[in-house]
Structure formats: structure tokens, C-alpha cells
Ligand binder design. Structure first.
Ligand code: GN1
Ligand code: MG
Length: 355
């Protein structure tokens, strides 16, 4: 399988070292080293991304925009096949993409300093800012309804009816807790109608390992562009809150380790607003804390829905894996909600009125 794929790029499998790489849940990733050249090879999960060609279209479009309008921006363009078949190729019904491995770059799985949080937030803010002049209608929706909380909530209630009965019983407390936070879905409904909320080019997966840094800790670029599509800023800012605020990540089973750290919140506010303050409306800035609630709540719902549906989407490394992940995210939601007042202060200190 890989031999044919690599051959399409003029690489010979026997001359390459191929190692599994990274920790994504959806796509499969390898690092391919052939002599002094290294690449990242990815198999795109076709069950999830039904139209991988749209991903290639977006990456091409965005890459062209950068090279035309922001030539200094460091953008990792996937490699073309020898016969110019495109940036995503198909083999036996599976989809692959190859891109150069950025040498001397570093990536992190854990946000271990405020500087790192600041720098990552700056990179995601810069990405959206530099793409603000692009015609949003030319950006394809690669995953319809990806961050449609209304639909995610409906799917959750469906799973509470049709899911695995034993798991439903076992999840009773969590189901109740999710229903108590329903205002988060209601607020999303108002956001969709509000003229102050703009659709922009958003990354939709802003965890720390989707930023490449140089050895000195400066951000180089953002990677993993499959879910780049039109969206609201709450997706990116919220996913940073979801994944940078707590010292323990979504896999942690000891919920007492989950925190919403204020200095880290301040760091991502500073990094993000430093790039996007002029772009964001008053109404959007007022929803910066909501952004975290929105993303953490949606992830909690997605994990629990998957648990009730026998782990069909995320899979499970142990028996109650997705139940634990859902409980973890609910705890993080509690921690963020408790900090609301302090977090509002941090946004206000940036000179932005949040009244
Ligand atoms: C998935 O595959 P990965 O780790 O980049 C998921 C995200 C979730 C994340 C939770 C397409 O991302 O939405 O936040 O898992 N991506 C998709 O770890 O569903
Ligand atoms: Mg991803």
C-alpha cells in the first residue's frame, strides 16, 4: 500500500524509513525519512472527511493567497505527485497526502508555559487575520456541521434514547449535568442569528500540537489544515481554552488534576487579541469566555454521545474510555465556569470593554 503511494511522489519505499507519528484521533500519520529528506504522510479518514478533494482545494486556495499577499508567511504546502494529480491522492479507496517535514521544528503535546500558550494563540490569530481578505465563499466546508452545537446536542439526546441501554444507565449523572448546561446551546442559537458574529477562515483544531515552533520557542506556522473552513472565532479561541488552560489533558482520569489556570487564559487572550483585536466585534469579544464553554461542552457531548453509541467514532483504548473523557470535559467546564468573573477581568484588562 505505502509503496504505491510513495511511488506516486517518486519515492522508493525500500529507501525510506517509515514510522508512525503524532497522536491524532482521526487521521493516521507517519514520518517518512528517505536519505536526507523527511516527510509527513497522512491517510485521511474517509469515514469522517467524505470529500477529501475539498481539503486539497482549500489548502491550494489558502496557499495561493499567502504566496500572493503574504509571501513571507511560512506555509507548509503538501507535495504534488509526479504526474500532478493533486495534493490529495487516492489508492484503493483510501486518501493520502504527503508534505515536507519541517526540519528543526519542534511541536509539543502539553502546554507547559504561558509563553507557549501566548505564542500558539498568536499563530492561530495571525492565520485568521492574514486570511481575512479572502472571499469566504471560496473556502469549502470540509466537514459539514462540525461545530454545529445544536446538531451535536440533538445527536446526544438521540443517543440517550437509542444508545446502549447499560451505558445510558451508567451515564445518568453525566446526562443530567449536560442538560443543566443547556444554556450553552441556547446561546449558540443566538450567536448564529447575531449580525455581530462574522464567519471567518477558522482552523477548528487549535490544540498545541498543531503549531510548529523553532528551537527558540517562536511559532513558525500552524499545521493540520483538514478542518480549515468558514466558522466563528469561538471555535478556535474556545479550543485553545479547552486544551491550554488545564495542566491535565482530556485523557486524564483523575479529575482533581483538572484546572482552568488564569495566567494561561491571560496568555491566550493576549496572543489572540494581539493579532485579531481590530477584526473582532464588541459582541464577539464579549463571548470570549463563552467560547471556552462552547468548545468544552461540545467535546463533552461528543465523547458521551460516542460512549452511548459504543465508541463508533473515537474508538476506545479501554472499557470506559469515552465516559472518562466526557467526565473530564465536564469537570473542565465546571472549572472554567467558576472562573468566569476573573476571566472577564483578564479580557477587560486588554482594554476591551466586556460589559
Ligand atoms: C479529533 O484527530 P484529532 O485529534 O486532530 C477531532 C476534534 C476533537 C479531538 C479531541 C475531525 O481531532 O474535533 O476535538 O479529536 N477531530 C475530528 O481530541 O473529529
Ligand atoms: Mg485534527
Amino acid at each position: 500500500m505505502q509503496a504505491t503511494i510513495l511511488a506516486a511522489y517518486g519515492l522508493v519505499e525500500d529507501e525510506c524509513n517509515i514510522q508512525p507519528f503524532g497522536s491524532g484521533l482521526i487521521n493516521t500519520t507517519w514520518k517518512v525519512t528517505c536519505g536526507d529528506r523527511s516527510y509527513i504522510l497522512q491517510r485521511i479518514n474517509h469515514q469522517v472527511f467524505k470529500k477529501p478533494a475539498l481539503i486539497a482545494q482549500n489548502i491550494q486556495n489558502i496557499g495561493d493567497h499567502f504566496s500572493l499577499h503574504h509571501p513571507g508567511y511560512f506555509f507548509v504546502m503538501p507535495v504534488q505527485t509526479l504526474d500532478n494529480k493533486g495534493l490529495v491522492i487516492t489508492e484503493n479507496g483510501e486518501y493520502f497526502r504527503l508534505q515536507p517535514f519541517v526540519s528543526d521544528s519542534v511541536s509539543y503535546d502539553v502546554v507547559m508555559s504561558e509563553d507557549l500558550a501566548f505564542e500558539a494563540a498568536r499563530q492561530f490569530g495571525k492565520f485568521t487575520r492574514l486570511l481575512s481578505a479572502i472571499d469566504i465563499n471560496t473556502i469549502q466546508v470540509t466537514l459539514p456541521d462540525f461545530h454545529n452545537l445544536t446538531l451535536r446536542y440533538e445527536q446526544f439526546e438521540q443517543a440517550v434514547i437509542n444508545g446502549n441501554p447499560e451505558r445510558i444507565k451508567e451515564s445518568a449523572a453525566l446526562i443530567q449535568a449536560i442538560r443543566r448546561y443547556q444554556f450553552i446551546t441556547a446561546t449558540f442559537e443566538t450567536i448564529k442569528q447575531h449580525p455581530g458574529f462574522k464567519t471567518r477562515v477558522m482552523h477548528h483544531d487549535t490544540k498545541i500540537n498543531n503549531v510548529l515552533f523553532d528551537k527558540a520557542g517562536n511559532g513558525l506556522c500552524v499545521i493540520d489544515l483538514d478542518t480549515v473552513m468558514p466558522g466563528y472565532f469561538i471555535s478556535d479561541f474556545g479550543d485553545m481554552m479547552r486544551t491550554y488552560l488545564s495542566p491535565a489533558n482530556e485523557e486524564e482520569a483523575d479529575f482533581s488534576k483538572i484546572e482552568a489556570r488564569e495566567p494561561y487564559f491571560k496568555a491566550i487572550v493576549d496572543g489572540y487579541l494581539g493579532e485579531l483585536k481590530e477584526e473582532l466585534s464588541h459582541e464577539e469579544i464579549r463571548h470570549m469566555i463563552y467560547a471556552g464553554q462552547f468548545m468544552v461542552y461540545m467535546q463533552c457531548i461528543r465523547f458521551l454521545t460516542d460512549y452511548l453509541n459504543n465508541d463508533a467514532y473515537y474508538g476506545a483504548k479501554y472499557e470506559k474510555h469515552n465516559l472518562v473523557r466526557a467526565g473530564n470535559q465536564l469537570t473542565l467546564l465546571d472549572r472554567i465556569t467558576e472562573k468566569e468573573a476573573e476571566f472577564f477581568q483578564a479580557v477587560a484588562m486588554h482594554g476591551s470593554s466586556v460589559a
